[in-house]
Design a protein around this ligand. Sequence first.
Ligand code: PDD
Length: 288
Amino acid sequence: MAIAFLNGDFMPLEEARISPMDRGFLFGDGIYEVIPAHQGKAVGLQAHLQRLNDGLQAIGIANPMNIKQWESLVNELVGRNSTALEADYVGVYLHVSRGTVMTRAHGFPDDVPPTVFAYGFAIAAPPVPQAAGVKGLHVALSRDLRWERCHIKSTSLLGNVLHFQDGKAQGKQETILVNASDEVTEASSCNVFAVINGEIVTPPLDHQLLPGITRQLIIKSLARAGITVTERVVTKAELLAAQEVWLSSSSKEITPVLSIGDSPVADGTPGPVWQQAITIFNQHKYDL
Ligand code: PDD
């Protein structure tokens, strides 16, 4: 049984309870993080905690803990859940909502302490750098219909959920999104990279996409190996003609996309640039 943390106490996940009047439940009014840990080592911990702080600031919730306290909470949950779940690979979910109210009203309440919830769960081992050993993804392509604050890691995920489900209904494992100008934003729960004319490109950070921590770690680790990732607009036409397409997230790391809709990506197998990128990423991911 997974171990959870709720407002100061550790407990078995199935015993964790919050009020239905929590604004996280009523309004999706909160911020979350998902942090992967491999054999006890969290990946990108400082960057995740920084983004959590940025998100809380963006929506006007005072961060209920300092960085040291978050760090020790994450490490404690990694340790407890690795043991409880007998798992070498663990994800830690952190969730801060605006707290519990007794009257449902849109405006922010005064003097209500945020709800802090966290728990650990087993995740799949990250992809190995051999084409034969990786499960590539078949994805759908949709017009991005979410809101204009996608840079905030909000718990209001209905837009993302509906896009993911659209893909699932088509037998796909993710959905890549393009805006009204046919520019790639991201996928429903991942960032997007493409290899175009031999160059690795990814859409630039703005309000249309989440500043993914894995995205950041990929750019930094490749830079250490002297490889540049160009952050620029990627059009739908470029995506469909790309030599390689990858998705990145804390749980997927860098996973190759094998087809988009009915079109295979190149020959429909993981490409050599992906193989090189995941190898370099694995060398640096614990010390970035
Ligand atoms: N998803 N874009 C969106 C919309 C996401 O939800 C995520 C992460 C990412 C990748 O971010 P990162 O590399 O920091 O994980 C991009 C998480 C894992 C989730 O919702 O479960």
